[in-house]
Design a protein around this ligand. Structure first.
Ligand code: AMP
Ligand code: ZN
Ligand code: FE
Ligand code: FE
Length: 289
């Protein structure tokens, strides 16, 4: 790659059809090439299955790849999304733990469908599972199944009428604590980063998460304004946290892919990689002790 350090950019928050994105790894990487990105991280919800195929597609395209996942956790009653970067995708304890959360997701789909049926919306869980065709199904799959069955006119309508928090088919999701999620990421040799803090409005939990070992914070995100990004850059500086950023692309959004709309300067990627090397060494010492 001939581009200098300052003109290299990454998108470190991406989903594929291994969770609730619509792109295959190959389609995602083709879009990344169009956006002239130099590094990608895949952060599918509660799975790392997409990491090997995405790594292979990236290698063929000359793009650097970082493994990742996005875990749903809870801190002081607030829902927090934690990105785990550079985890070992074959770590046995990690795979055992996320399998539990995949089962939670599958059971939650059945419960959401049951609630829909109770209000005479005739969707079947099997329709959702067939459409999702992955181990980590979520509300977007229910929304797509409702559209496919002609029961709503749009994904937005599905969320607004049924799936948003406190709507009739909303079912709370069992979550691990933020400390447990951070520890799980660390023992898998990974780096723990708080995703899109501006969406969760949870600044007051950040000091506690830092005590729990949080490594970084996603300052740049599609739904963060410039002022929001600046606010979290200041928090990152205050707590000496890594700075990350990504588009949170799930496929097409209003007709275009979000990938590349957030471009993280490579200098931040270098710092993330240095921290990952530290975490990996610590995890190896811990597992051999
Ligand atoms: P889940 O993990 O099953 O709770 O689903 C969360 C996912 O649903 C998020 O990653 C978003 O992609 C999507 N989502 C959440 N709220 C909405 C909404 N109001 N409209 C469309 N998509 C949404
Ligand atoms: Zn998602
Ligand atoms: Fe998220
Ligand atoms: Fe995400």
């Amino acid at each position: 790659m001939s581009a200098s350090l300052t003109s290299r950019y990454g998108d470190l928050h991406l989903h594929t059809f291994f969770s609730d994105g619509t792109y295959s790894p190959e389609e995602l990487v083709a879009q990344a090439q169009r956006q002239e990105l130099h590094v990608l991280a895949l952060t599918d919800h509660d799975t790392v299955e997409g990491c090997v195929p995405t790594a292979n597609a990236c290698e063929a395209a000359g793009i650097e790849f970082i493994t990742g996942t996005e875990l749903t956790a809870e801190q002081d009653g607030r829902e927090i999304h934690l990105l785990g970067y550079s985890i070992d995708p074959l770590n046995p304890r990690f795979l055992t733990e996320i399998a539990k959360f995949q089962a939670v997701r599958q059971n939650r789909i059945r419960e959401m469908v049951q609630r829909l049926n109770e209000i005479n919306v005739p969707l079947q869980a099997e329709e959702v599972f067939a459409l999702a065709n992955c181990r980590a199904p979520g509300r977007p799959h229910v929304a797509r199944a409702l559209v496919q069955a002609g029961l709503v006119g749009s994904l937005d309508e599905a969320f607004e009428r049924f799936l948003k928090k406190n709507r009739p088919a909303w079912v709370p999701k069992f979550k691990m604590s933020a400390d447990d999620a951070t520890e799980l990421i660390h023992q898998s040799g990974g780096v723990a980063v708080m995703a899109h803090p501006g969406l969760n409005r949870s600044d007051e939990v950040i000091p506690r998460m830092v005590e729990g070992g949080l490594d970084g914070i996603e300052c740049f995100h599609t739904k963060h304004s410039a002022a929001t990004a600046e606010h979290y850059l200041q928090i990152a500086a205050r707590f000496q946290l890594l700075v990350t950023g990504g588009s949170d692309c799930h496929g097409l959004s209003k007709g275009r892919p979000l990938i590349g709309s957030v471009r993280l300067p490579y200098a931040h990627v270098e710092k993330l990689k240095a921290k990952a090397a530290e975490r990996k060494a610590a995890a190896a010492r811990h597992s051999s002790a």
